[in-house]
Design a protein around this ligand. Structure first.
Ligand SMILES: *Cc1c(COP(=O)(O)O)cnc(C)c1O
Length: 382
């Protein structure tokens, strides 16, 4: 027989809004992605683990199938090492004057998108572990194809001088959220060409990686030796093909309730007037906490198992809901979003109301919301 024993939730004040993060969901998503990837899995924990806590997501992903970590800047890599994580870490976007010497000391791999970066990294004492970065078709980061052969030759010479070790080749797909888009095949063939060039220059990197979450779920031809997944770990599937688990639940107490007459204007600009007499509830969350102001007029929350509209404009620190005949008492808990399993709004709903993507909602949640992390439940045989 198997029973689930979970540790007590970490302590946080009981008053005010709370963001609960279920690491069990991150663990389950990691296992699913690791099973889908033909190669290894890199857990991308940039932007504080997409707002879920970089260290928590990193530790959880490494315990459930990921074998390395990815971050944007080196400044995001240092805390992972300071916390004692020893897994390989790759940082792919840094200015030329970034502390590459410290990267070598901490054994953090860095991506190299061009000759200037190669020179800066090679100048650091010791032998830097680098991933040459190809622009696979976004005109964003990475070397343009025209610059790629020269970059490969220069990297090979730096390798022969003992300044660097080329351990990886990377690219990134611009349209993988739409698996049918021809831009994916174009990106894949550009990457395949780049691997050939690197090989012809004498480079033998063990890691070749192109796929992020969407391509890991929909495009096996892009997998190569490793997938870099971030969004999928926290339940976001840009390809909308796979059901992932949602780690975040945002709740807040109802601060006050007032009875109003029909025609009462609500909030800044009187953007809304109550059509009937009703009760309005005040919730202490606003756009400074990361709830998008552009969701005003569309957003909903849940109270007593029912969806209720956010009325008037969302303010910086507060929003007003129309309680209608649902009722509500100060101190009751309002669910702003959650996994959706009990009918509450989801992060995807909020993204839709604001005309944006889930990524922007989860990475934008403000620092003044108290966070509680629920650890992965341990399965223990009895
Ligand atoms: C953010 C990022 C990823 C992860 O993409 P997801 O779609 O979140 O999985 C992978 N590679 C690079 C270069 C990135 O910037």
């Amino acid at each position: 027989m198997t029973i689930q024993i979970s540790e007590p939730r970490s302590q946080a004040g009981t008053a005010g809004p709370h963001l609960d993060i279920d690491l069990g969901a991150v663990a389950a998503n990691t296992r699913l992605l690791a099973a889908r990837a033909s190669g290894a899995l890199m857990a991308v924990v940039k932007a504080d683990g997409f707002g879920h806590g970089a260290l928590d997501v990193a530790r959880t992903a490494l315990a459930h199938g990921a074998t390395s970590l990815g971050v944007t800047s080196l400044t995001e890599a240092w805390p992972l090492r300071e916390a004692g994580l020893t897994a390989p870490v790759l940082s792919w976007l840094n200015p030329l004057d970034a502390d590459f010497a410290e990267a070598v000391r901490c054994e953090v791999d860095v991506a190299v998108p061009g000759l200037e970066h190669l020179a800066a990294v090679a100048a650091a004492p010791g032998r830097a572990r680098i991933h040459l970065h190809l622009d696979a078709g976004m005109a964003r980061d990475g070397a343009a194809p025209a610059a790629w052969p020269r970059l490969c030759r220069a990297a090979r010479r730096a390798e022969q001088r003992g300044e660097v070790e080329v351990v990886g080749l990377m690219g990134h797909l611009g349209c993988s959220d739409d698996p049918g888009d021809t831009c994916n095949a174009l990106g894949r063939s550009r990457f395949a060409w780049a691997l050939e060039i690197a090989r012809a220059c004498g480079l033998r990197p063990a890691q070749r990686h192109l796929a992020a979450t969407a391509a890991t779920l929909t495009d096996p031809l892009s997998h190569h030796t490793m997938s870099r997944v971030g969004a999928g770990l926290v339940g976001i599937d840009p390809s909308r093909t796979t059901s992932l688990r949602q780690p975040m639940t945002l709740t807040a107490p109802l601060v006050s309730v007032r009875r109003v007459r029909a025609g009462t204007p609500v909030g800044y600009g009187h953007a809304y007037r109550t059509p009937l007499g009703t009760h309005l509830g005040l919730v202490p969350l606003g756009y400074a906490d990361g709830l998008p102001r552009t969701a005003s007029g569309r957003a909903q929350v849940q109270l007593r198992g029912r969806r209720l509209p956010v009325v008037g404009r969302l303010s910086m620190d507060q929003l007003v809901i129309d309680l209608g005949d649902t009722g509500g008492e100060p101190g009751e808990t309002v669910t702003v979003f959650g996994p959706g399993s009990a009918g509450e709004p989801t992060v995807a709903d909020w993204a839709g109301w604001a005309g944006t993507i889930e990524h922007e909602i989860v990475t934008g949640l403000g620092g003044r919301i108290a966070r509680r992390t629920r650890p992965v439940a341990h399965l223990r045989s009895v």
